[in-house]
Design a protein around this ligand. Structure first.
Ligand code: ADP
Ligand code: ADP
Length: 226
């Protein structure tokens, strides 16, 4: 079974705008996959539907064979999502933001704290554990979002423009971290509008434009055609 299977996904917003015109693609387990496209192409809409924040108009989404319509809680346990906007409480402390998330998955407090420590250390945020989120730089907030998305050790991690607004040096260290997570077996999908980012990290790619998939291939064969 695919880690993610999207079939004929359509989205028309309330104002009548058709953001997704029936897209289909699959991501295999273990892959590092890029959904590449310009601003407005439909990337965030696609991710919003996968994590059930946006209601789809038609089509289906399954995660490791679990259709999100038939059992979203089961699908959600396998899924970690890092959305573009920072959606944690700005006045909460870094440690607590991550550890509390473990509770939402029914994790014992001790296990949540151990994993929080592990991921904050790996992401270079351990020194900031007692700091309120609002005091962090943009790049640190982005890493906080990643730590929080990993607390239940999802099999599929989806990141929406993870390095937007992150400087080049930090971008490289985030890339290295994501590669490590992928090497340990987590399937990763990221959206980006930088071909360079897709090229450095990903094995397979789908290119989306104006709500349609225009290319779905390996990075290697894509680069040959350019
Ligand atoms: P991307 O993430 O690739 O930049 P989005 O999925 O955010 O693209 O947006 C796709 C298109 O849908 C854009 O034209 C955007 O303006 C439009 N759109 C997004 N959200 C809404 C909404 N709530 N209502 C109407 N149109 C929307
Ligand atoms: P410091 O060692 O920096 O003084 P504190 O002990 O004051 O850190 O805790 C910092 C924050 O981290 C507090 O908000 C606390 O709730 C939270 N926290 C909870 N458990 C731990 C832990 N095992 N290690 C570090 N911080 C923790």
């Amino acid at each position: 079974t695919a880690a993610l299977s999207i079939q004929n996904l359509q989205k028309t917003y309330e104002n009548g705008f058709q953001a997704l015109k029936g897209i289909s693609f699959e991501v295999q387990p273990g892959d590092f996959f890029a959904l590449l496209g310009p601003n407005g192409a439909g990337k965030s809409t696609t991710i919003g539907i996968i994590c059930s924040l946006v209601r789809k108009t038609a089509g289906s989404v399954s995660i490791f064979g679990i259709d999100i319509d038939s059992d979203f809680p089961a699908a959600k346990r396998l899924l970690g999502v890092v959305p573009q906007e920072f959606n944690f409480s700005q006045f909460e402390k870094v440690f607590d933001i991550v550890a509390t998330q473990g509770g939402f998955y029914g994790m014992p407090r001790k296990q949540a704290e151990e994993r929080t420590e592990k991921y904050l250390k790996q992401l270079g945020l351990w020194d900031k554990r007692a700091t309120q989120a609002r005091m962090l730089s943009g790049g640190m907030k982005r890493r906080l979002m990643i730590a929080r998305a990993l607390i239940h050790e999802p099999k599929l991690l989806i990141l929406d423009e993870p390095t937007a607004g992150v400087d080049i040096e930090l971008r490289r260290s985030m890339w290295a971290f994501l590669e490590e997570i992928n090497a340990l077996g987590t399937t990763i999908i990221l959206t980006t509008h930088y071909l360079e980012e897709a090229e450095s990290l990903c094995r397979n790619i789908a290119i989306i434009d104006k709500g349609a998939i225009v290319e779905n291939t390996s990075i290697k064969s894509l680069l040959k055609t350019l």
